[in-house]
Design a binder for this molecule. Structure first.
Ligand code: MSP
Length: 613
């Protein structure tokens, strides 16, 4: 059997330090770098261990936050899985902006990954030049993100000049530290996944003509045997620093099972990594500085995008880098949790502060793929279910720890029940002129709903369930904050949805439509029921902004909540209950703008027709 992953080291004569083993003393020297940079042994700077961009334990230095999506391959059009990656990052970023409203405090980047064999081959197959393919598909991704209301501050394409400068500079940093050497690489390469694989990760499958074809065990994509002289990165030397980073910061990778997976990889073989290809084989990429016969490995090129965006190699990047949170899918965890932090440590920088990992969408139980013809086009989903509707669906149903299955009926059912009926119905019930003829935020009556539960008196109308509602909604913002910090956005939405149901129960229980504004006995309680329900809606609208920005805007505008009253800092729920003034009481409601979210099920005929064809 052929040996796999054979690396024959040959020190580079042009690099003074190459070939020298990276010892602890050498690592200490790396510490003498830029202010915000850290050495392999000194990576325990406090910033690295803060609770993260969404957590509660933050100091003034943590006002900044930098979120990134993966950059997307341009070999094919976007699908809902790509949109999901971007939406998760968008929701985290928007949530952060509710915590720290200053526009200058948050950066959020996305972009396209345009180099490599995969793109080179896709362009050839499409009869286009790589540039034509990249321009075409990159524009599709950018259009999708605009359409889906993804609030990025930066979009990067790896074919941009600023990125070439950053990658070549980064390469120089690794080389100057003796972390690159030239050697013979022999092993399997998977062009679809753009990665090298050891023999243990390769299996055989019957090919189209019945013969046995080698494929990647994990992705099932074809692999080919590669033997060439490349530049090689001393990855094997980073096992210990990476283990220390992950052990010292248990929240570095969230959710926990992915953190464990990364630690597990560090228990296994960690061979040095080939980081270039022969230009004669791979011409579509960034040349190795000083050696035009080699092209930089596309993953090294792609990962540096996160630095390019924040101005690397100019010093401005230093103030943003320690605040970085990467949002990625599980298939690219190894690149982000092992290779990237090793490259960064090697170049004298800290690993990213947070890596948030999500699982994948399948379609009717199957992996989404062009060859199976089951790719779901996000554009038509946004058209059919509305932008906010589809955003809500993906984020409410997508569970980071497990794969989720997509089918159209599920979307209709969820949106009709949670957005149209429960939330929209609640708003309509409490603001309709029939029930609220003055069109104002009604007055709360503390004697009808005293703070102390269990009081008896002629005017006391609140019941035990009503106190349970107030307590649930009062603690909702904290629950939501915890779920965002743990990257469980679906749980945040589940908690909101449960409170919406409870509020509908409250309104149903007290049937304000049976109470009379003209009756002195009813009016204070009628006002109180509506006041409490509107306060609940104000909390829901505020907390839904990161997921359904337009719908939340419509809801809050209808309640008369101004733009400066929508942050988390302003979210004091039901102050009258706690004996404080309420700025909304007596205020005119905003104009009536129709249904908050029209039901979709009328369009079920469309679905049935589509299934028949
Ligand atoms: N170009 C690399 C990333 C480089 S980042 C420095 C890449 N691109 S990708 O287009 O293949 O994937 C981009 C993102 O989409 C990844 O986070 C990936 O996990 C995600 N998804 C791809 N298919 C998906 C699903 N079916 N479901 C959910 N997310 C999926 O990898």
């Amino acid at each position: 059997m052929r040996p796999s992953h054979v690396l024959l080291e040959r020190p580079l004569r042009c690099l003074g330090l190459a070939g020298i083993m990276l010892r602890v003393s050498a690592l200490r020297m790396l510490g003498r770098t830029l202010r915000s940079r850290v050495s392999l042994l000194d990576y325990s700077c406090p910033r690295l261990y803060s609770s993260g961009p969404l957590g509660a334990r933050e100091d003034a230095h943590d006002a900044r936050a930098y979120f990134t999506t993966p950059i997307f391959y341009v070999n094919a059009a976007p699908h809902i899985g790509h949109l999901y990656s971007a939406l998760l990052a968008d929701a985290l970023c928007r949530y952060r902006r509710l915590q720290v409203p200053s526009a200058a405090a948050t950066r959020f980047s996305t972009g396209t990954d345009e180099h490599g064999l995969k793109i080179q081959q896709a362009a050839t197959a499409a009869g286009l030049t790589p540039t034509e393919l990249c321009d075409r598909v990159s524009a599709q991704f950018q259009q999708l993100f605009r359409d889906a209301d993804i609030s990025t501050t930066d979009i990067i394409r790896t074919t941009e000049a600023r990125h070439w400068v950053a990658v070549q500079h980064f390469w120089g940093e690794l080389r100057a530290r003796g972390l690159l050497y030239k050697g013979l690489y022999e092993g399997w390469y998977c062009a679809s996944d753009e990665c090298f694989l050891p023999e243990t990760k390769v299996t055989r499958q019957p090919g189209p003509s019945g013969d046995s074809c080698p494929v990647s065990l994990e992705s099932g994509h074809p692999v080919s045997w590669t033997k060439e002289e490349n530049y090689i990165f001393r990855l094997s030397q980073f096992r210990e620093p990476l283990q220390r980073w992950l052990r010292d910061d248990p929240r570095a990778i969230t959710p926990e099972p992915f953190h464990q997976a990364a630690l597990q990889w560090l228990e296994e073989e960690l061979p040095d990594l080939s980081v270039s290809r022969r230009s004669s084989h791979l011409h579509w990429g960034i040349p190795v500085p000083g050696d035009e016969s080699q092209t930089i490995y596309v993953w090294l090129d792609a990962l540096v995008n996160y630095l390019t965006v924040i101005g690397y190699p100019n010093a401005e990047f230093e103030s943003w880098w320690p605040t970085t949170s990467h949002i990625i899918g599980k298939d690219i965890l190894k690149f982000h949790a092992i290779y990237w932090p090793a490259f960064l440590l090697g170049a004298g920088m800290s690993p990213p502060r947070r890596i948030y990992v999500h699982s994948h969408w399948t379609v009717c139980g199957q992996k989404m793929s062009k060859s199976l013809g089951n790719v779901v086009d996000p554009r038509s989903c946004l058209d059919r279910y509305t932008v906010d509707g589809f955003r809500y669906f993906l984020l409410r149903q997508g569970v980071p720890n497990w794969d989720c299955d997509y089918y159209d009926e599920k979307v209709v059912k969820l949106l009709d029940s949670e957005l149209a009926d429960a939330l929209g119905g609640l708003l309509n019930r409490c603001t309709a002129s029939r029930i609220n003829p003055s069109g104002t935020y009604p007055v709360f009556c503390p004697t009808c709903f005293p703070r102390q539960q269990g009081l008896v008196g002629p005017s006391v109308r609140a019941q035990a369930d009503d106190y349970a509602l107030v307590s649930a909604v009062a603690t909702l913002p904290k629950q939501v904050a915890d779920h965002y910090a743990n990257f469980q956005i679906y749980k945040a939405l589940e908690a909101v949805s449960s409170c919406v149901r409870q509020t509908n129960g409250f309104v149903q229980r007290h049937a304000p439509w049976k109470l009379n504004w003209e009756s002195p006995a009813d009016a204070p309680w009628l006002g109180t029921v509506l006041h409490v329900a509107l306060e609940c809606l104000r909390v829901f609208g505020t907390l839904l902004q990161p997921v359904t920005p337009s719908l939340a805007d419509k809801l809050l505008s209808r309640l008369g909540v101004s733009a400066t009253e929508r942050g988390l800092g302003e979210l004091y729920f039901l102050p009258r209950f706690y004996g404080h003034p309420c700025p909304f009481e007596g205020r005119r409601l905003g104009p009536e703008t129709g249904l908050l979210f029209p039901r979709l099920d009328q369009s079920r005929t469309w679905l049935v027709k589509a299934r028949r064809t």
